[in-house]
Design a protein around this ligand. Sequence first.
Ligand code: SF4
Length: 373
Amino acid sequence: MAIELLGKSTEELRALAASWGEPAYRGDQIYHALYSERLFDFARMTNLPAALREKLSAEGRITMPRIARRYHSADGSVRYLLALESDATLPALARVQVEAVFMPDTKEDARRQTICISTQAGCAVDCHFCLTAVLGLNRNLTAGEIVGQVLVALDDQREHLLPQTNVVLMGQGEPLLNFDAVMAAVRILLDPRGVGLAPRHVTLSTSGIVPGIERLAKETVRPKLAVSLNASNDEQRDAIMPINRKYPLAVLLDACRNFPLGPREFITFEYVLLGGFNDAPEDARRVAKLLANIPSKVNLIPWNPGDLPYKRPTQKSIDAFKQILLDKGVFAFVRISRGQDIMAACGQLALIESKGIEAKEGEILRSAQNDTL
Ligand code: SF4
């Protein structure tokens, strides 16, 4: 069986080259060609000797995620439905599909794009405001499938790339429940000889898996940490995030307090504002108290009504919530999720596909035109 190269570290590729009787540095060259130059065809790796390219073609393979569908948003973002198994003979429902989103900066002096990627197919964490939860967990993604989502988006958008790339691990899945594969992918993303992203430009978002946060804290090269908070007390958080019963707020915030941060670093707390549920002024005051002594930034994400039974918060409650946090010295920003017209919430595309609904691009765009915040 052919050896899968996508997701292999430089050490693994050096060992592979040595096992074939080649100098180990040939492994470094393959690594650089694959992740830095984005050459996914051995024939194009012309810095390798012809005999090695032939050997690679015969015994190795690079299985990039296949773009099953592209959805273009009016705001410039592109949402990809990616098929992660090349075996097209599998029945549609058995194939693993995940989502990645490419979001170019829309400001006039645009300098960067952000790519949101998935770490699992489906998710077992069961946050009640999340459509991925409805899918349940299908399986963990491999390191190659995780890093491959970034590579495929960069390659697909190569004509439009801006100088800086940010990556957020906020798509389908709980990254800290697939720790080894996620960190293997993150190391390739952050390696200057690999994809070459700066650690401050890669953010891992967790629902609050405390042992995973503690493990991440011990890594030498770490992405930035984001925590999906979404509630101002345990009772509220239990109601929408069952994971809180296992790792309640006090335990979670302790782990955050102990997370090593540099002088200008902070932890991002995401807070989906659900109208009438967690968007009252007293919630904002409690959030400010919870985050005292943690260098933090709060991203307020107004709920965008969809298939789930929550209400959009009013503009007045959004503004008041933000102002209370600012008054109490907590950095707070309102974030509108990108690509709302192309099914913004994680898991929405996969859910549509798994239901076998024909989600044609034009239909999605039309149906969303009345649904902008
Ligand atoms: S919000 Fe994230 S952790 Fe929670 S169910 Fe959805 S994908 Fe899983």
